[in-house]
Design a protein around this ligand. Structure first.
Ligand code: GLC
Length: 564
């Protein structure tokens, strides 16, 4: 593979152009240096944060600015030393012993480029025989790390990451002879250190090396969401308003706002283009992507400048958000009443008067969903497309839907009710299930293509992922039900450290460390820290939560649980 590479000497001035670099990229590199607005220090590469002086990291302090909501909850943090996380320093009681261990493990996963921290590797697991790509910085995996650092007043690494990945976006991306869209962000990147020549090299994967060769649709969305979190946490609007970041956002959005053959406002996706990055029947219009899409659109709306180029995108975003919220809240929402309605659907209806618009055949409703659906509660189902409703529950999409207010307040409450009613199934013993239920037997063969890693109740197929704890916690706090998160936190604390921070757990209740789970999986560690800090200081929520937009109020009320 002729991967593009960017090389730079450690601490020096000499730069070599990437193999596919254009003049624009050279300029971007110069701008990057300016934006970093720090003298290019010759910092020893593997040095941990702990040795560093405060001034290196404390730009702007820990100020929370109000771009939307939560302005009143202002909690200035006092940066008390980087080896003393704010979260534990602020405690009036003994901090949980896991917190210190988690910070240590998180710092061990830091990745440096030219002496500057630019991300965290996916897993720091020396015991595992196969490294695969777990030694890379994954965009989606870095999000909880970034939030942990932001909550702890360490902003620089997040800024470096945002700018470094922005440069990668500028690379020419190809799979065989086919060129990918300009705005595609990488799934992951890796820094190669050449100690002899003192050179650091970056290689990135946009899907051209990934198993299954799928481009990560979620990366660009996470990038925008993180840019807003950074801006909100630091009060530093200059990064988001820089020409590069504005362009980066526009490029990401132009990949998904173009008009075409689509009859739905949801985004059409290939299987495996998100956290579930292998064949699992999540192609079409998966909730995991639709919720992130919605959130990224809303974040971009608050960050895009109203200049000539920005204005046009803003208009498109507003139009799309209206259509998307209506579509999702109407057709993806399932509760007892809605299930009963679908069960009684007539089929083969034609014209505008059709009730069963997608011609869903009631016989295709799986048996499990009738037992699973409580009379109180509801959720956004996995997928909706012509004659196909995927009734599975997906945790990330539902939590993100709450965070970005894609879910109405009533729907958010109903999701929380469902979690309480179906605790064993959805949370189990190690929070929490990535999806429910697992697929098995013939269905597993057809849907996964006989994937031995995704056997029932393992990995992406109903496995339990500790990283999801931060999303669950944030969603619970937003809905005003922190006790649900606390209950999940108690479970996590009884296992995570003891089990070596596994990537995932297996089994119906998630009791077993996953068959092929990595240990010291960074986002399991960071996810725990973020959840912990959120519970301690809920004002952090403003970074990753968006209040309801009154203009997007649903037009219709579909069922009883919407009004509970
Ligand atoms: C696995 C996960 C993916 C994650 C990656 C690195 O491929 O499915 O979501 O980003 O590992 O941890």
């Amino acid at each position: 593979m002729d991967a593009a590479v960017a090389t730079a000497t450690v601490g020096g001035d000499m730069r070599k152009a990437p193999s596919h670099a254009s003049i624009a990229e050279q300029d971007a590199f110069d701008d990057l240096s300016r934006l970093l607005d720090k003298p290019r220090l010759n910092i020893e590469r593997q040095r941990s944060f702990d040795d560093r002086s405060m001034s290196e990291f404390s730009i702007g302090g820990n100020i929370k600015v109000g771009m939307d909501g939560y302005d009143a909850v202002y909690s200035p943090g006092i940066i008390s030393g980087l080896d003393t996380p704010l979260s534990s320093a602020r405690n009036s009681f003994e901090p949980h012993p896991m917190i210190g261990e988690a910070w240590e493990a998180l710092r061990r996963s830091l990745v440096f480029f030219r002496g500057q921290p630019v991300g965290t590797i996916a897993a720091y697991d020396h015991a595992s025989e196969e490294v695969l790509n777990y030694d890379q910085v994954f965009v989606r995996d870095f999000v909880p790390s970034a939030l942990a650092f932001l909550m702890n007043g360490e902003h620089e690494i997040v800024k470096n990451f945002l700018l470094r990945t922005l440069l990668l976006q500028g690379w020419e991306k190809k799979v065989d002879r086919f060129k990918l869209g300009e705005g595609v962000m990488p799934a992951s990147f890796k820094v190669l250190h050449d100690p002899n020549r003192g050179i650091d090299t970056v290689v990135a994967d946009f899907g051209e090396s990934a198993i299954g060769r799928v481009a990560p649709v979620d990366s660009g969305f996470w990038w925008i969401i993180l840019l807003r979190a950074y801006t909100k946490s630091t009060g530093d609007i200059t990064l988001a308003e820089s020409a590069q970041c504005q362009k980066g956002m526009r490029l990401i959005l132009s990949l998904c706002l173009s008009e075409g053959f689509d009859t739905f406002p949801t985004l059409l996706c290939a299987d495996g283009c998100c956290m579930i990055d292998r064949r699992m029947g999540v192609y079409g219009y998966p909730i995991e992507i639709q919720a992130l899409f919605f959130m990224a659109l809303r974040c971009a709306l608050s960050l895009l400048k109203h200049d000539a180029e920005g204005k046009e995108v803003i208009e498109r975003i507003v139009t799309r958000l209206h259509a998307l919220s209506y579509h999702m809240r109407t057709y993806f929402w399932l509760d007892f009443q809605q299930l009963n309605d679908i069960y009684r659907f007539k089929t083969e209806e034609y014209s505008h008067t059709a009730v069963n618009k997608f011609n869903v055949i009631p016989d295709s409703i799986p048996d499990w969903v009738f037992d699973f659906m409580p009379s109180r509660g509801g959720y956004f189902i996995g997928n909706v497309s012509p004659a196909r409703m995927d009734f599975r529950w997906f945790a990330m999409g539902n939590c993100v839907a709450i965070l970005c207010s894609l879910a109405t307040p009533e729907q958010s409450t109903a999701i929380m009710d469902l979690l309480e009613e179906r605790w064993e199934e959805l949370i189990g013993e190690t929070p929490m299930k990535i999806c429910y239920p697992a697929i098995e037997s013939h269905e597993w063969r057809i849907v996964t293509g006989c994937d031995p890693k995704n056997t029932r109740w393992s990995y992406h197929n109903g496995g339990s992922w500790p990283v999801l704890l931060w999303l669950l916690t944030a969603a619970c706090i937003k809905v005003g039900r922190p006790q649900i998160a606390r209950r999940a936190m108690d479970l996590a604390e009884s296992r995570l450290l003891k089990d070596g921070w596994p990537e995932y757990y297996d089994g119906k209740l998630g009791r077993y460390v996953g068959k092929q789970a990595r240990k010291f999986q960074t986002w399991s560690i960071a996810g725990y820290l973020v959840a912990k800090m959120l519970l301690e200081d809920p004002s952090h929520l403003g970074m990753i939560s968006l209040e309801e937009d009154k203009l997007m109020k649903p037009l219709i009320k579909r069922s009883s649980s919407w009004t509970c």
